[in-house]
Design a protein around this ligand. Structure first.
Ligand code: FAD
Length: 406
């Protein structure tokens, strides 16, 4: 019977294990991860859980009893240290070695460190794991001030949650707008105004030159322009990088992530890779390669690997999508904007309930929807089917999303 060893008990790894059993895989499954908790969802760590609106049980993908019932050998608190691809074994930090017939790498990504003096101080906070989130939460409350270095989704969500807990928050962004790497100017402008309206200080074109975390509760961010920002806690949220070191050392093809195909296969036929750790082709976007960091991506690739392992037909390719919650605003993004030649705004971009569409000629590539579920869902369908659209009708909020197709 085929033995499947999954390294990384996060969203992708936990889902792949469950899907394998669902698809009737009867052989042994070992799911090994370095964190202490059973597979859990990370999105609430910067949102509902951080604000105290969700507990640990709400985070878990499945209760721990599920793994026992499904005969999934869940090993927590162990780090895979080396893969011997020829011998088909993996060595772990506790001195054990595990064999496999099929290996699934689901090691995710880690928070980037800021490459400035003081950037590796252990008193700085990052937000990737439950442990990180617990540390952050303990420092937030009335009278506290959080400085967030990096105006990306995680940083902005943490700032919104800090405000909900009564703390002050300042966001320090190197670029001339927040969300610069991941969203349109329209969206950046909207979220900047939203945060300012909620009392968050947003500093753009502000480069952190050095960090001094004098203690966990006393830090200073020094900016390149000479300003200093005093805070009780400093959170660095400048993006994540693929945990592909294990794969690269084992000789697997890696290029900003483990290189996989449309079925999540790596360059070794016995090894799959899924989730944040991968560099994958996106069929809906002409097979262009991307390293996507999102729950839907982790789920899609878990489905691909599980289907390939049990010999089921490959699942239908999905349109990449992502969401972010800040205050009472839900942002939903479908598709990828790369290659777009124009943007069309539908609705009033200064108030929730609008969408930005990214077009390449008549082809819709991406929709950014702010409290606009119909635009998100309609846009996602149009992107998936590559249906040509009429830009003028798209811009007219009075025209239904069904009527924008050409
Ligand atoms: P992970 O869930 O990170 O799991 C990887 C696991 O592998 C980790 O537990 C890690 O410890 C373990 N591991 C790594 N190396 C080893 C090793 N050598 N041996 C053993 N174990 C190892 N996505 C959205 O779509 N929407 C959101 O709103 C959203 N919000 C987010 C908020 C936060 C704060 C964070 C951190 C992420 C958010 N994401 C969001 C991203 C989403 O959570 C990730 O894309 C998703 O968790 C990726 O799943 P994964 O299984 O690839 O990686």
């Amino acid at each position: 019977m085929t033995k499947v060893l999954i390294i990384g008990a996060g969203h992708a790894g936990g889902t792949a294990a469950a899907l394998l059993r669902q698809h009737g895989h009867a052989g042994p499954i070992v799911l090994a991860g370095e964190e202490a908790a059973a597979p859990y969802q990370r999105p609430p760590l910067s949102k509902a859980w951080l604000k105290g609106e969700a507990g640990l049980d709400d985070l878990l993908l499945r209760p721990e009893s599920f793994y026992v019932e499904q005969a999934i050998d869940l090993r927590l608190g162990v780090t895979a240290t080396a893969i011997d691809a020829a011998a088909r074994t993996v060595a772990f930090s506790d001195g054990t070695t595990e064999t496999y017939d099929v290996l699934v790498l689901a090691t995710g990504s880690t928070a980037r460190r800021l490459p400035v003096p003081g950037g590796d101080d252990p008193s700085l906070l990052e937000l990737r794991t439950l442990k990180d989130a617990e540390r952050l939460k303990a420092l937030l409350g009335p009278g506290k001030r959080l400085a967030v270095v990096g105006g990306g989704y995680v940083g902005l969500e943490a700032a919104a949650s800090a405000r909900a807990l009564g703390a002050d928050a300042v966001v320090i962004e190197r670029m001339d707008r927040v969300l610069a790497r991941v969203a349109s100017q329209t969206l950046s402008d909207f979220f900047t105004a939203l945060h300012r309206a909620h009392g968050v200080e947003i500093l753009t074109s502000a480069e952190a030159q050095s960090l001094e975390a004098r203690s966990l509760e006393d830090g200073v961010v020094r900016l390149a322009d000479g300003r200093t920002i005093q805070a009780d806690a400093i959170l660095v949220g400048i993006g994540a990088q693929s945990c592909d070191g294990l794969a690269a050392t084992a000789g697997l093809a890696c290029d900003n992530g483990v290189v996989v195909d449309e079925q999540a296969r790596t360059s070794d036929p016995a090894i799959f890779a899924i989730g944040d750790v991968t560099n994958r082709p996106v069929p809906v976007h002409d097979g262009a390669r991307h390293r996507l960091e999102s729950v839907p991506n982790a789920l899609e690739q878990a489905k691909q690997a599980a289907a390939a392992i049990v010999g089921r037909p490959a699942p239908t390719p999905e349109v990449p999508w992502f969401w972010s919650d800040q205050y009472d605003v839900k942002l939903q993004i479908a598709g990828l904007p790369f290659g777009a030649d124009r943007q069309v705004v539908r609705g009033d971009p200064t108030a929730p309930g609008f969408a930005v569409f990214h077009l390449q000629g008549q082809r819709l590539l991406c929709v950014e929807a702010v409290n606009a579920p119909a635009e998100f869902m309609g846009g996602r369908l149009l992107i998936g089917k590559a249906t040509p659209v009429d830009a003028e009708r798209l811009a007219d909020a009075a025209v239904s999303m069904k009527a924008v197709a050409l």
